[in-house]
Design a protein around this ligand. Structure first.
Ligand SMILES: Cc1cc2nc3c(=O)[nH]c(=O)nc-3n(C[C@H](O)[C@H](O)[C@H](O)COP(=O)(O)O)c2cc1C
Length: 185
């Protein structure tokens, strides 16, 4: 947790820049402890993140339900790299917050993602994964027309990002607690 919250990076495997230029870079990541996960943070802090310089970047987040602070950190890093963030798509667990904690624990320890008689499916629901193809055509059309300035608006109109006010408040409180946490060792 401290490494995630304090954006402390780890060494990563070298990444070779593919030849040619990119139409669009799709950067998928998870939040951990309301912050970018250690793997994505380690990439963004590394020399290899230089491949994002001056590129159009679309972020895709796979989360439980609290990702705002993580995205702010990723946005800042993209700004530092002079990359253009052209859109964001968020996948999250639609189950009530406390229930989703229980199902994610069950998933982590027992590997069971499927719903049971008493508890819903863990993580991003299968239905949301299947409906994700609605974003594909918009992204393809933006690439073909090299027109990225309206992409995010189009994605928002198709509910690429949904905010739940109660969770926004909870996350704001949570990140303050995590940022002030000092390990005892
Ligand atoms: C250590 C750890 C911390 C996590 N912290 C958060 C978090 O702060 N906010 C959130 O929405 N999801 C959090 N998650 C859930 C992940 O973002 C992700 O949804 C989950 O690992 C399932 O992703 P997958 O389907 O890509 O495996 C956390 C997961 C792990 C393993």
């Amino acid at each position: 947790m401290p490494e995630s919250v304090q954006l402390i990076s780890e060494e990563i495997e070298p990444i070779e820049k593919p030849p040619g230029s990119f139409d669009l870079v799709i950067l998928g990541y998870q939040p951990w402890f309301l912050s970018p996960s250690i793997p994505i943070n380690s990439f963004l802090q590394s020399e290899y993140a230089g491949i994002l310089r001056n590129q159009n970047v679309l972020t895709i987040i796979g989360s439980r339900n609290m990702w705002l602070n993580a995205q702010e950190k990723v946005k800042q890093r993209l700004l530092d790299l002079e990359a253009q963030l052209v859109g964001n798509i968020v996948f999250f667990d639609r189950s009530p917050n406390l229930l989703s904690i229980l199902t994610i624990i069950r998933w982590s320890f027992k590997g069971q993602k499927e719903a049971t008689r008493f508890m819903p499916e863990a993580g991003v629901q299968q239905k949301d994964i299947q409906n994700a193809d609605r974003f594909g055509e918009m992204i393809l059309s933006a690439i073909q027309n090299q027109q990225f300035s309206t992409l995010h608006q189009q994605l928002l109109e198709r509910d690429a990002v949904e905010l739940q006010p109660g969770l926004v408040v909870l996350e704001k409180r949570g990140i303050k607690i995590l940022e002030n946490f000092r390990p005892l060792y």
